[in-house]
Design a protein around this ligand. Sequence first.
Ligand SMILES: Nc1ncnc2c1ncn2[C@@H]1O[C@H](COP(=O)(O)OP(=O)(O)OP(=O)(O)O)[C@@H](O)[C@H]1O
Ligand SMILES: [Mg+2]
Length: 292
Amino acid sequence: MLSAIGIGYSYPGGIAALDNVSLAIRPGRKVALLGANGAGKTTFLLHLNGLLRPQRGEIRLDDVVMGYDRGSLRRWRQRVGLVLQDPNDQLFAATVFEDVSFGPLNLGLTAAATRERIDTSLAALHIETLADRPTHMLSLGQKKRVAIAGVIAMRPDILVLDEPTAGLDGDGSARLVALLDALHQRGTTIVIATHDTDLALEWADDAAVFTAAGIERAGPVDEVLSDDDLLVRACLRRPWALEVKDALATSGALNGNRLRSRADVVAAIRACLNRVWLHQAGLVILGDGKRL
Ligand SMILES: Nc1ncnc2c1ncn2[C@@H]1O[C@H](COP(=O)(O)OP(=O)(O)OP(=O)(O)O)[C@@H](O)[C@H]1O
Ligand SMILES: [Mg+2]
């Protein structure tokens, strides 16, 4: 369990970013942090692996208050990996291979185990062919993939990603979500900050919404994203699956099924079209299967 308790943080110049923010991230969950530009998501994530130190409050990992000496930070960052919003802030080595190698080389693994981690991470992000390229000679989306590969090579228990799909093409975005799901299946807890409420609804278990007041609401993602007033206050778009859900609700096509992903929506529309077809054929079937 990774917990933030009463975190307060202001940037130099007195710019208040977080005021008394608390959130418990339970093991094995997929968590989406949502909120308007400037609401504090990035500042919060930077606290989760000790890159920022709270001016008030504390971070606990498995109920132990985290320390900020070198040894504590090193152990902390092995367990909590953070992918920054801007890959230019994360990449520092001369080549892609060296960048992805850096973390595993410092874990004291055998040469074979280190190489296996690097190769697996490069393959997971489909950047094997970029291995020898200088990191500054890449597109933004390619840099993002390298930054993610470097962090997953550390095999953290908790993986935190700041806007991971921003800047990725459609295929890269879908592959990334599949990768996050695969890591989650292997027991990794995953936290992302995103503006994409469609992705959050489809992918996450839990959501926390940041507004100027801090975290205004946290809980199961479908409940949080059904709070229309909150979405307006947080400058978030209503997920399109919920728009479709409302439109279909009166048709009986939902049958109480969940409607969160593209596949759910397609299935519900198919069911609705079948009803229309049956109706036109004079065979209206009620939700309970009885015929009129
Ligand atoms: N380096 C910085 N120096 C001073 N103020 C900063 C700095 N970074 C962020 N802030 C301020 O802190 C507040 C929170 O910013 P933060 O980057 O955490 O928001 P965010 O929710 O991640 O926004 P976005 O959706 O745009 O990424 C904002 O008022 C912002 O202007
Ligand atoms: Mg941000």
